[in-house]
Ligand binder design. Structure first.
Ligand SMILES: [Zn+2]
Ligand SMILES: [Zn+2]
Ligand SMILES: [Zn+2]
Length: 259
Protein backbone atom coordinates (compact mmCIF):
# COMPACT_ATOMS: atom_id res chain seq x y z
CA UNK A 1 0.00 0.00 0.00
CA UNK A 2 1.06 3.55 -0.67
CA UNK A 3 1.91 5.15 2.65
CA UNK A 4 1.71 8.72 1.39
CA UNK A 5 -1.96 8.42 0.56
CA UNK A 6 -4.32 9.80 3.18
CA UNK A 7 -6.21 6.88 4.68
CA UNK A 8 -9.94 7.15 4.45
CA UNK A 9 -12.32 6.19 7.24
CA UNK A 10 -13.22 3.18 5.12
CA UNK A 11 -9.65 1.91 4.81
CA UNK A 12 -9.25 2.18 8.56
CA UNK A 13 -12.32 0.11 9.24
CA UNK A 14 -11.42 -2.52 6.66
CA UNK A 15 -7.79 -2.69 7.80
CA UNK A 16 -8.81 -3.11 11.41
CA UNK A 17 -11.06 -5.96 10.34
CA UNK A 18 -14.17 -4.59 11.98
CA UNK A 19 -16.25 -6.42 9.47
CA UNK A 20 -18.85 -3.77 8.64
CA UNK A 21 -18.62 -4.64 4.97
CA UNK A 22 -18.17 -8.37 5.45
CA UNK A 23 -21.56 -8.96 3.89
CA UNK A 24 -20.04 -8.52 0.49
CA UNK A 25 -16.38 -9.11 1.17
CA UNK A 26 -16.91 -12.75 2.09
CA UNK A 27 -19.59 -13.92 -0.24
CA UNK A 28 -20.69 -11.06 -2.34
CA UNK A 29 -24.34 -11.81 -3.11
CA UNK A 30 -24.20 -14.56 -5.66
CA UNK A 31 -23.54 -17.78 -3.80
CA UNK A 32 -22.41 -19.71 -6.86
CA UNK A 33 -20.16 -17.01 -8.24
CA UNK A 34 -17.15 -19.25 -8.44
CA UNK A 35 -18.95 -22.21 -9.89
CA UNK A 36 -18.91 -20.93 -13.43
CA UNK A 37 -21.44 -23.20 -15.07
CA UNK A 38 -23.91 -23.77 -12.30
CA UNK A 39 -27.33 -22.12 -12.26
CA UNK A 40 -27.77 -19.82 -9.24
CA UNK A 41 -31.44 -20.75 -8.99
CA UNK A 42 -31.65 -24.54 -9.34
CA UNK A 43 -28.00 -25.40 -8.67
CA UNK A 44 -27.78 -27.63 -11.76
CA UNK A 45 -25.23 -27.39 -14.53
CA UNK A 46 -26.15 -24.86 -17.15
CA UNK A 47 -26.86 -26.70 -20.36
CA UNK A 48 -28.97 -24.60 -22.67
CA UNK A 49 -30.19 -21.06 -22.92
CA UNK A 50 -29.28 -18.93 -19.90
CA UNK A 51 -28.77 -15.38 -18.70
CA UNK A 52 -25.79 -13.78 -16.94
CA UNK A 53 -26.03 -11.00 -14.35
CA UNK A 54 -23.55 -8.24 -13.53
CA UNK A 55 -21.59 -10.57 -11.24
CA UNK A 56 -21.17 -13.17 -13.99
CA UNK A 57 -23.69 -15.41 -12.25
CA UNK A 58 -25.78 -17.60 -14.57
CA UNK A 59 -29.44 -18.60 -14.48
CA UNK A 60 -31.42 -21.04 -16.69
CA UNK A 61 -33.74 -19.19 -19.06
CA UNK A 62 -36.73 -21.10 -17.66
CA UNK A 63 -36.57 -19.52 -14.14
CA UNK A 64 -37.97 -16.17 -13.00
CA UNK A 65 -35.26 -13.51 -13.30
CA UNK A 66 -35.77 -11.18 -10.37
CA UNK A 67 -32.91 -8.85 -9.53
CA UNK A 68 -32.22 -8.45 -5.83
CA UNK A 69 -33.20 -4.92 -4.71
CA UNK A 70 -30.00 -4.70 -2.66
CA UNK A 71 -27.12 -6.37 -4.54
CA UNK A 72 -28.74 -6.51 -8.02
CA UNK A 73 -27.74 -10.14 -8.61
CA UNK A 74 -30.26 -12.68 -9.90
CA UNK A 75 -32.38 -13.92 -7.03
CA UNK A 76 -32.05 -17.56 -6.01
CA UNK A 77 -35.01 -19.85 -5.28
CA UNK A 78 -35.12 -18.80 -1.58
CA UNK A 79 -35.45 -15.09 -2.36
CA UNK A 80 -38.38 -13.34 -0.68
CA UNK A 81 -40.72 -10.71 -2.08
CA UNK A 82 -40.50 -7.71 0.27
CA UNK A 83 -43.06 -5.61 -1.63
CA UNK A 84 -44.98 -5.95 -4.87
CA UNK A 85 -42.37 -6.76 -7.53
CA UNK A 86 -39.37 -6.28 -5.20
CA UNK A 87 -37.18 -9.20 -4.16
CA UNK A 88 -34.33 -9.78 -1.76
CA UNK A 89 -31.82 -12.60 -2.38
CA UNK A 90 -30.92 -15.09 0.36
CA UNK A 91 -27.56 -13.50 0.98
CA UNK A 92 -28.94 -10.00 1.43
CA UNK A 93 -31.71 -11.34 3.72
CA UNK A 94 -29.02 -12.31 6.20
CA UNK A 95 -27.39 -8.85 6.15
CA UNK A 96 -30.26 -6.71 7.26
CA UNK A 97 -28.73 -3.30 8.07
CA UNK A 98 -29.71 -2.07 11.53
CA UNK A 99 -30.13 1.59 12.45
CA UNK A 100 -26.92 1.27 14.46
CA UNK A 101 -25.02 -0.03 11.39
CA UNK A 102 -26.47 2.76 9.24
CA UNK A 103 -25.30 5.36 11.76
CA UNK A 104 -21.82 3.82 11.77
CA UNK A 105 -21.79 3.99 7.96
CA UNK A 106 -22.93 7.65 8.07
CA UNK A 107 -20.08 8.46 10.44
CA UNK A 108 -17.58 6.91 7.99
CA UNK A 109 -19.08 8.75 5.03
CA UNK A 110 -18.98 12.07 6.89
CA UNK A 111 -15.35 11.51 7.86
CA UNK A 112 -14.48 10.64 4.28
CA UNK A 113 -16.34 13.65 2.86
CA UNK A 114 -14.47 15.86 5.29
CA UNK A 115 -11.22 14.68 3.69
CA UNK A 116 -12.43 15.40 0.17
CA UNK A 117 -13.00 19.05 1.13
CA UNK A 118 -16.81 18.88 1.27
CA UNK A 119 -16.68 19.98 4.89
CA UNK A 120 -18.87 19.01 7.80
CA UNK A 121 -22.29 17.63 6.91
CA UNK A 122 -24.52 17.16 9.93
CA UNK A 123 -27.84 18.27 11.44
CA UNK A 124 -29.93 15.71 9.60
CA UNK A 125 -32.20 13.04 10.90
CA UNK A 126 -32.20 9.44 9.64
CA UNK A 127 -35.17 7.12 9.47
CA UNK A 128 -35.33 3.62 8.00
CA UNK A 129 -38.55 2.64 6.28
CA UNK A 130 -40.03 -0.32 4.41
CA UNK A 131 -40.31 -0.38 0.62
CA UNK A 132 -44.05 0.15 1.05
CA UNK A 133 -43.59 3.21 3.29
CA UNK A 134 -41.10 4.63 0.78
CA UNK A 135 -43.68 4.21 -1.98
CA UNK A 136 -46.23 6.13 0.07
CA UNK A 137 -43.69 8.91 0.68
CA UNK A 138 -42.82 9.24 -2.99
CA UNK A 139 -46.34 9.28 -4.36
CA UNK A 140 -47.32 10.51 -6.82
CA UNK A 141 -43.96 11.71 -8.15
CA UNK A 142 -42.20 8.41 -8.42
CA UNK A 143 -43.16 4.78 -8.32
CA UNK A 144 -41.30 1.75 -7.14
CA UNK A 145 -37.60 2.05 -7.27
CA UNK A 146 -36.73 4.78 -4.76
CA UNK A 147 -34.31 3.43 -2.15
CA UNK A 148 -33.42 6.69 -0.44
CA UNK A 149 -34.79 10.19 -0.06
CA UNK A 150 -33.48 13.49 1.33
CA UNK A 151 -35.89 16.20 2.41
CA UNK A 152 -35.90 19.70 3.87
CA UNK A 153 -39.15 21.08 5.19
CA UNK A 154 -37.85 24.52 6.09
CA UNK A 155 -36.98 23.44 9.62
CA UNK A 156 -35.44 20.00 9.54
CA UNK A 157 -33.24 17.95 7.22
CA UNK A 158 -34.36 14.35 6.86
CA UNK A 159 -33.01 11.24 5.17
CA UNK A 160 -35.16 8.15 4.65
CA UNK A 161 -33.70 4.88 3.42
CA UNK A 162 -35.27 1.50 2.96
CA UNK A 163 -34.06 -0.93 5.55
CA UNK A 164 -33.59 -4.06 3.40
CA UNK A 165 -30.16 -3.19 2.04
CA UNK A 166 -26.72 -4.74 2.42
CA UNK A 167 -24.16 -2.50 4.11
CA UNK A 168 -22.53 -1.71 0.77
CA UNK A 169 -25.80 -0.75 -0.92
CA UNK A 170 -26.72 1.27 2.19
CA UNK A 171 -23.38 3.12 2.04
CA UNK A 172 -23.99 4.07 -1.60
CA UNK A 173 -27.53 5.32 -0.96
CA UNK A 174 -26.53 7.28 2.14
CA UNK A 175 -23.55 8.79 0.30
CA UNK A 176 -26.01 10.06 -2.35
CA UNK A 177 -28.61 11.43 0.09
CA UNK A 178 -26.03 13.15 2.30
CA UNK A 179 -24.89 15.17 -0.73
CA UNK A 180 -28.48 16.35 -1.21
CA UNK A 181 -28.35 17.61 2.39
CA UNK A 182 -25.02 19.29 1.55
CA UNK A 183 -26.73 21.11 -1.34
CA UNK A 184 -29.81 22.06 0.75
CA UNK A 185 -27.68 23.42 3.59
CA UNK A 186 -25.71 25.60 1.18
CA UNK A 187 -28.89 26.70 -0.61
CA UNK A 188 -27.54 25.54 -3.96
CA UNK A 189 -29.84 25.36 -6.89
CA UNK A 190 -28.13 23.29 -9.60
CA UNK A 191 -30.17 21.89 -12.51
CA UNK A 192 -31.69 18.55 -11.49
CA UNK A 193 -29.35 16.37 -13.49
CA UNK A 194 -26.26 18.14 -12.14
CA UNK A 195 -27.64 17.90 -8.62
CA UNK A 196 -28.35 14.14 -8.97
CA UNK A 197 -25.09 13.53 -10.86
CA UNK A 198 -23.19 15.20 -8.03
CA UNK A 199 -24.93 12.97 -5.46
CA UNK A 200 -24.11 9.90 -7.55
CA UNK A 201 -20.48 11.04 -7.65
CA UNK A 202 -20.65 10.72 -3.85
CA UNK A 203 -21.91 7.13 -4.21
CA UNK A 204 -19.06 6.47 -6.64
CA UNK A 205 -16.55 7.91 -4.18
CA UNK A 206 -17.80 5.74 -1.31
CA UNK A 207 -18.15 2.56 -3.40
CA UNK A 208 -14.59 3.01 -4.59
CA UNK A 209 -13.44 3.09 -0.95
CA UNK A 210 -15.13 -0.24 -0.20
CA UNK A 211 -13.27 -2.07 -2.98
CA UNK A 212 -15.31 -5.26 -3.30
CA UNK A 213 -17.04 -6.96 -6.19
CA UNK A 214 -20.39 -5.73 -4.91
CA UNK A 215 -19.14 -2.12 -4.87
CA UNK A 216 -17.56 -2.62 -8.30
CA UNK A 217 -20.91 -3.74 -9.72
CA UNK A 218 -22.60 -0.67 -8.22
CA UNK A 219 -20.00 1.61 -9.88
CA UNK A 220 -20.59 -0.16 -13.17
CA UNK A 221 -24.32 0.44 -12.79
CA UNK A 222 -23.77 4.17 -12.18
CA UNK A 223 -21.64 4.35 -15.29
CA UNK A 224 -24.23 2.57 -17.45
CA UNK A 225 -27.39 4.08 -15.95
CA UNK A 226 -29.58 4.99 -18.97
CA UNK A 227 -31.59 7.64 -17.08
CA UNK A 228 -31.32 11.12 -18.66
CA UNK A 229 -31.31 12.67 -15.16
CA UNK A 230 -29.24 10.27 -13.04
CA UNK A 231 -27.10 8.50 -15.65
CA UNK A 232 -26.39 11.50 -17.89
CA UNK A 233 -25.97 13.72 -14.83
CA UNK A 234 -23.47 11.33 -13.29
CA UNK A 235 -21.44 11.04 -16.49
CA UNK A 236 -21.26 14.84 -16.86
CA UNK A 237 -20.18 15.40 -13.25
CA UNK A 238 -17.79 12.41 -13.30
CA UNK A 239 -16.05 13.70 -16.44
CA UNK A 240 -15.55 17.02 -14.72
CA UNK A 241 -14.34 15.27 -11.57
CA UNK A 242 -11.75 13.29 -13.57
CA UNK A 243 -10.32 16.60 -14.79
CA UNK A 244 -10.73 18.85 -11.78
CA UNK A 245 -11.08 16.55 -8.74
CA UNK A 246 -13.30 17.22 -5.73
CA UNK A 247 -12.01 20.78 -5.38
CA UNK A 248 -13.12 21.59 -8.92
CA UNK A 249 -16.50 19.90 -8.54
CA UNK A 250 -17.20 21.62 -5.20
CA UNK A 251 -16.33 25.00 -6.70
CA UNK A 252 -18.61 24.35 -9.66
CA UNK A 253 -21.48 23.31 -7.38
CA UNK A 254 -21.01 26.38 -5.19
CA UNK A 255 -21.41 28.44 -8.34
CA UNK A 256 -25.10 27.41 -8.33
CA UNK A 257 -25.65 29.10 -5.00
CA UNK A 258 -27.47 31.05 -3.14
CA UNK A 259 -30.92 32.07 -4.10
ZN1 LIG B 1 -31.53 -23.46 -13.29
ZN1 LIG C 1 -28.90 -9.54 -2.81
ZN1 LIG D 1 -31.02 12.09 -5.50
Amino acid sequence: MDNDKPTSAFNNIIDKGKGLFDDIRRNCGPKNLLKKDVCCYCGKNILGLHYIDLYGQKICASHPRHLCISCCSFCDDKAIMIAEGKYLCTNCQSYHTTLKDAKKIIKMIREHYLQTGLGVIDRFHLEMVSVEEMRQLCQPISAGDVLGLAMYNGRRYDIRVIRNLSHTAMAGILAHEILHIWQYQRKLNAPQRISEGFCDLGSYEIYSQIKTKHAEVKIDMLQKDPSPIYGDGYRIVKRYFDKAGWQGVIKKMEGYGSL
